[in-house]
Design a protein around this ligand. Sequence first.
Ligand SMILES: *Cc1c(COP(=O)(O)O)cnc(C)c1O
Length: 425
Amino acid sequence: MDRKIETKSLHEGWKPGRGEPRQLPIYQSTTFKYNTSDEMGQLFDLEAEGYFYTRLQNPTNDAVAAKICSLEGGVAAMLTSSGQAANFFAIFNICEAGDHFISSSAIYGGTYNLFNVTMKKMGIECTFVDQDLPAEELKKYFKPNTKAVFGETITNPTLAVLDLEKFAELAHSHGVPLIVDNTFATPVNCRPFEWGVDIVTHSTTKYMDGHAVGVGGCIVDSGNFDWLKYAERFPGLTTPDESYHGLIYAEKFGKAAYITKATVQLMRDLGSIQSPQNAFYLNIGLETLPIRMERHCRNALETAKFLENHEKIAWVNYPELESSKYYSLAKKYLPNGSCGVVSFAIKGGRDESIRFMDKLELASIVTHVADSKTCILHPASHTHRQLTYEQLKEAGIAPDLIRLSVGLENIEDIIADLKQALDQI
Ligand SMILES: *Cc1c(COP(=O)(O)O)cnc(C)c1O
């Protein structure tokens, strides 16, 4: 039976049998025991299923990945040690030296650096595009060696909403998958697969964990992209892997091919697995994700309205405000709410913004976003400090942009804090 998301968040993944622990146990073990040498050999040949070494797979992680997979409506998923690892693996699983991919330029600063600096050193080229351009314009960026298109459902920190259908059609008409980082919306507010997205990634560090306790990531595959149809473009999935006696992922694993390859090849070689302990914390966070998202969104909308009407505020961006450029896309893709993050600027620019932040008492200045306690950050001075003025502009980050992550506190306290700080500048 396909249950509702609140129920799935509590019950998917770990399904205990008689006498087993009600809560998902932490399998705190690097390794797993077998009876014969041959049994173990079969695991290494991928001829049999089973756990053998936690660098590749662990039962606690798999239960949590299965829960996220169910929330997103995918066919296979894996946890990674961070959101960065998730986005790196998602691309590197289908791109190698000499390949190219296209990404929205409005993405999270850490991902921008990964694509623009580190992956470039590996010989993988990324073209950054303005995601609001019409499809006709965006088509021009495809090349014969383009292997994927990447964006974020709601961008961090500019809160641009990606036109998922436009991007899915664009990617598919060029025979490549669309990969979307769904961290800010979470599957509670948007399930990108329903709009044609092929692969979803998450920084589980944010709302999924929800309590700022563990860094982690996740990759989910919809199973919908037909790798064999474009076999020449994706040799990693459609030609023999010599490190597994010539096995062909797309033939042997069908819809699970992409995640299986990322697990048994990339995780084996690069080792970025989430610790079972962190997966356990993540699972506890996931149990309450739907009710937390509802409150985050309600508090954020009220906060955005308060800021919009305040005389000392220069501008506010929140997808659910009618004044937002992304209001109609938000209505379409995020009908039940967007996220708890609001961006805005103080009249008087960068210096006044920093003075305002220093006066806050409840909202804390931290390099974090999307957890239960209200926090605030000035991207141009913090997360995006390494970007040049030109790159900031390309990423849509105004030098005065303040990112406010609205938490689960009582809304009156959140607004009172903002008000007292505004009164002092
Ligand atoms: C934070 C974040 C990341 C990176 O995740 P980490 O868990 O910090 O590695 C990637 N994408 C988005 C949208 C994020 O907000």
